[in-house]
Design a protein around this ligand. Structure first.
Ligand code: 6PG
Length: 237
């Protein structure tokens, strides 16, 4: 199924539209809503909007928060995706602590990848042997990576594991990441990508241009779920 591409004049409008869609999907789901968050800087605007405008509109007690990837650093580290999420969102919403499933970045990466996979499988329903997220939110790096699946390690797209250890190609920083198959098992996958620096890769991927399969984000195609891109005009083809 082709992705649904939403383009907005500004990153604020793109993030606002994503927030509203997220609110509607959470409302529509009976029972728990398992949401995997992306990291980096783009989500900060989304989290701010959720904290300001959806504190009471979203029934956070039914939402379980997971991370699509996490840097292997302590939770108070400035590069921790959990710390960023706490500062921009968690401090502002009333969500049970038990619904927050952080990757323990302070622990040994290989052991944590196994532990996190076990925690995911203990909470989520499965289909064809894969845990099924209600929604996985993704960003995209300027090199076309997504989650922490980088262009130099496309094998993570076909890993038999739900979680794996990745290594940032420039910094050498270890990450724990969801892998390609579990991402593609999700009911909803939504990219939130903004800024001119992403335009070239977005254009190559959405245009299915020659060579675009070198970019991990080009391999995100849910098996049965829906794929959406939320873009600002700066990042749009
Ligand atoms: C991370 C992310 C990563 C991110 C992209 C885009 O931990 O860094 O999960 O996949 O989404 O690198 O990052 P920006 O939003 O900072 O451009």
């Amino acid at each position: 199924m082709n992705p649904v591409v939403h383009i907005y004049p500004s990153k604020t409008e793109a993030a606002s539209a994503f927030a509203q869609t997220l609110s509607e999907q959470i409302a529509a789901k009976e029972g728990h809503f398992h949401l995997a968050l992306s990291g980096g800087s783009t989500p900060k605007l989304l989290f701010t909007l959720l904290a300001e405008n959806y504190r009471n509109e979203i029934p956070w007690g039914k939402v379980h928060l997971w991370w699509g990837d996490e840097r292997c650093v302590p939770p108070e580290h400035e590069e921790s995706n959990y710390r960023m999420t706490k500062e921009f969102l968690l401090f502002s919403i009333n969500i049970p602590q038990g619904n927050i499933h952080r990757v323990r970045g302070e622990d040994r990466p290989d052991r944590e990848a196994i532990r996190y996979e076990e925690e995911i499988k203990a909470h989520l329903e499965s289909k064809d042997g894969w845990p099924v997220f209600d929604m996985i939110m993704l960003g995209m790096g300027g090199d076309g990576h997504t989650a922490s699946i980088f262009p130099d390690n496309l094998s993570l797209l076909d890993s038999p594991q739900t979680c794996a250890v990745a290594i940032h190609p420039d910094s050498g920083q270890k990450r724990v990441t969801l892998t390609g198959k579990v991402i593609n098992q999700a009911k909803e996958v939504a990219f939130l990508v903004t800024g001119a620096s992403k335009k070239e890769k977005v254009q190559a991927i959405l245009g299915k241009e020659e060579g675009s399969k070198a970019y991990p984000a080009a391999h995100i195609q849910p098996v049965e779920g829906n794929l959406s891109w939320y873009l600002d005009e700066a990042a749009a083809p």
